[in-house]
Design a protein around this ligand. Structure first.
Ligand code: AHR
Length: 323
């Protein structure tokens, strides 16, 4: 009965959309995009949502947006609802990497192209999606580790360097890949050891909570915090200050995203470096949608160019940051 009602509601929405004569400003039929977002867990995500919404609106594409609140089951429901509504294109940023095969097959059977933004999926058949637009997370992890080994105040010396790691959402592509890239590079120098690693789910609140636990267990023996995103680093900075230590000095902090909050923390001397992860994917998504609709081929992977920013550069770069 529930399923019947859900399908009936989706059909009604599709009929209403058709009746409302969804035309683009040029007078043709408007493309309808169903987009399922991960949630609103970080400053990065807010900027990503804003970029997608504004680019899609500017292009005259009709958007059906769904927020999964960091739950895969919500994303699967949203994708099924988009299929039932017969949208023209589905795009989504998958919360985790695995578990998508069935629903992506349903989209394929319905002839609805799927574009991945930001995060990857693990599927046995890569024809289940058209392309993935987003960062190289493994490389981001490598960049964080390279800075530590080659440029940080800890690069020289003989003492062991004790690192704690705040991972992103368990099973997500950025958590898996950043951890992999970071480990790969620090393996070159056995002085650098990850002594604790736990998920802070990409949020400030969890980042603070887990850092408190690290500090309780390790006392003042932590040399470095590697956080998989800036929000968790900012939460951890609070925990470090509350423990009577100086973030950025007593504990060197390396994180990822390069959001404005990280620049503020760097300008206050509390964060040492942030690796850029660009959330402004909206314009590339719009280009990909047009390519798909016009039958133009797309590469399977569209990678975004990114930098690394240190606290020495922060004040100069801050005014130019767009997120
Ligand atoms: O998938 C990108 C990651 O997700 C960003 O680094 C993080 O801030 C977000 O929540």
């Amino acid at each position: 009965m529930k399923q019947y009602l859900a399908v009936a509601a989706a059909c009604l929405m599709a009929m209403l959309a058709a009746c409302s004569g969804e035309k683009n400003p040029a007078g043709g039929e408007r493309i309808v995009l169903g987009f399922s977002q991960v949630g609103a867990e970080s400053e990065w995500r807010t900027a990503n949502t804003e970029s997608i919404k504004s680019a899609v609106q500017e292009a005259g594409i009709q958007l059906r947006f769904s927020d999964a609140q960091q739950k895969q089951e919500n994303q699967i429901k949203a994708l099924r609802s988009f299929i039932a509504q017969r949208v023209d294109v589905i795009a989504f940023s998958p919360v985790v990497e695995s578990g998508w095969e069935t629903v992506l097959r349903e989209a394929k059977a319905a002839n609805i192209p799927v574009i991945l933004t930001d995060r990857a999926v693990k599927v046995s058949d890569d024809s289940l999606y058209v392309t993935l637009i987003g960062s190289d997370f493994v490389e981001e992890g490598r960049k964080a580790a390279r800075w530590l080994l080659e440029q940080s105040p800890l690069k020289d010396g003989t003492e062991p360097v004790r690192i704690v790691e705040l991972q992103g959402t368990v099973g997500s592509a950025p958590a898996n890949d950043r951890m992999k890239g970071f480990k790969e590079v620090i393996a070159a120098n056995p002085r650098f050891q990850v002594v604790r690693s736990q998920s802070g789910d990409f949020t400030r609140a969890k980042g603070k909570e887990v850092m408190e636990a690290f500090l309780k267990a390790e006392g003042s023996s932590i040399d470095v915090l590697f956080a998989h995103n800036d929000d968790m680093a900012i939460g951890a900075i609070q925990a470090i200050e509350e423990a009577g230590l100086k973030p950025g000095q007593d504990i060197v902090i390396v994180s990822i995203d390069a959001v404005r909050g990280a620049f503020e923390a760097m300008m206050a001397g509390k964060l040492n470096v942030t690796v850029e992860c660009n959330p402004l994917l909206g314009p590339q998504l719009v280009d990909a949608i047009h390519a798909v609709r016009e039958g133009r081929p797309l590469p399977k992977r569209i990678v975004v160019e990114e930098s690394v920013f240190t606290r020495e550069q922060a004040a100069e770069v801050f005014p130019t940051r767009r997120y």
